[in-house]
Design a protein around this ligand. Structure first.
Ligand SMILES: C[S@@+](CC[C@H](N)C(=O)[O-])C[C@H]1O[C@@H](n2cnc3c(N)ncnc32)[C@H](O)[C@@H]1O
Length: 295
């Protein structure tokens, strides 16, 4: 473990997180619009923190299929530029298609590149962002250093990571219902980092400080995740989004699956709002400036 409690990069150069994203890319791409809708409040939070201005240049890393790259592109306008990157080829390819479909090819440039290989010249950007990617990087401090190096003095950077497990029932309640009905557990993916890697307050901020960021601020923000479902259909909705929930559901008899769905529905009643489950959620918004800003 390193100072952040993370497993160090493997000496054989393998990256279990990346392998896992390569495997789940197809599902993520298929569910892209739905995921954007579920997590819309998180995107708004990040964009407000970065406050992109018309004509500015932004770097977004681990962009998946376009959050927050598309929102950045809206804000920087036709004279601005967004460079969106992802380490998974299928993800970058899908993003390129989405960019073309939205007629934004002159504004959003997509690079298939891992964060640990980024090497933009200094001062290439006015700002940099990463939404829900940093927990999967083999060396988050190195990634933060690379972001800071590519942002001009006085520019801004913002990262979003999930807060503590207990504040994010979206990730745990389906698994809890499956545990309750005795669904066989899935082991952890060996060597990979979970979504709560930076859940505890201060963890991600200390990585950013170690990477030389200045004026680091870490806010634990409460928001809602909006899943379009009725309580009774929530387990199936979660299984469509998450491979791990689906894998556990697939091993069950119809009766046991229905029992798990019932338990989850009961729990979710309290969050039901007009055709959606509005899950309470907590995220860390970590902002800062590159070190050049203080020299
Ligand atoms: C949870 S998704 C977030 C995607 C997008 N930013 C969003 O919020 O919807 C995590 C993303 O990190 C990417 N990723 C994982 N390891 C990476 C690495 N080492 N360098 C760059 N991207 C990576 C995955 O391919 C995936 O697209």
């Amino acid at each position: 473990m390193n100072m952040n409690g993370q497993s160090p990069p493997r000496s054989d150069g393998s990256d279990p997180d990346l392998e896992s994203w390569q495997q789940s890319a197809a599902k993520w791409i298929e569910q892209g619009d739905r995921i954007a809708e579920v997590t819309g409040e998180a995107t708004t939070l990040l964009i407000e923190a970065l406050d992109p201005q018309p004509g500015e240049r932004f770097l977004d890393v681990a962009s998946g299929v376009g959050d927050p790259a598309f929102s950045l592109a809206d804000r920087v306008g036709p004279h601005g530029r967004v460079v969106a990157t992802d380490a998974v080829a299928a993800m970058a390819e899908a993003l390129r298609s989405r960019v073309a479909a939205r007629g934004l090819a002159d504004r959003v440039e997509v690079h298939h590149v891992a964060v640990q290989e980024l090497s933009f010249p200094p001062d290439s950007f006015d700002g940099a962002s990463c939404r829900f990617g940093v927990m999967f990087f083999p060396d988050p401090a190195d990634a933060c250093r690379r972001l800071a190096r590519s942002v001009r003095a006085g520019g801004r950077m913002a990262l979003l990571a999930w807060g503590p497990k207990q504040g994010n029932p979206y990730f745990t309640c389906a698994m809890g219902a499956l545990d309750d009905v005795g669904a066989p557990e899935l082991g952890p993916v060996p060597g990979s980092h979970g979504v709560f890697e930076f859940g505890e307050p201060g963890q991600l901020a200390s990585v950013c400080r170690a990477a030389g960021w200045r004026e680091v601020d870490d806010r634990l923000v409460d928001l809602r995740l909006w899943v379009e479902a009725e309580p009774a259909g929530l387990l199936e909705a979660q299984a469509r989004i998450s491979d791990r929930v689906r894998e556990r559901c697939d091993g069950l008899t119809p009766a046991t699956r229905a029992r798990a769905a019932g338990r989850l529905a009961k729990q979710a009643e309290v969050w039901a709002r007009e055709g959606h489950i509005a899950f309470p959620a907590q995220v860390h918004l970590v902002t800062g400036r590159p070190w050049q800003a203080c020299t």
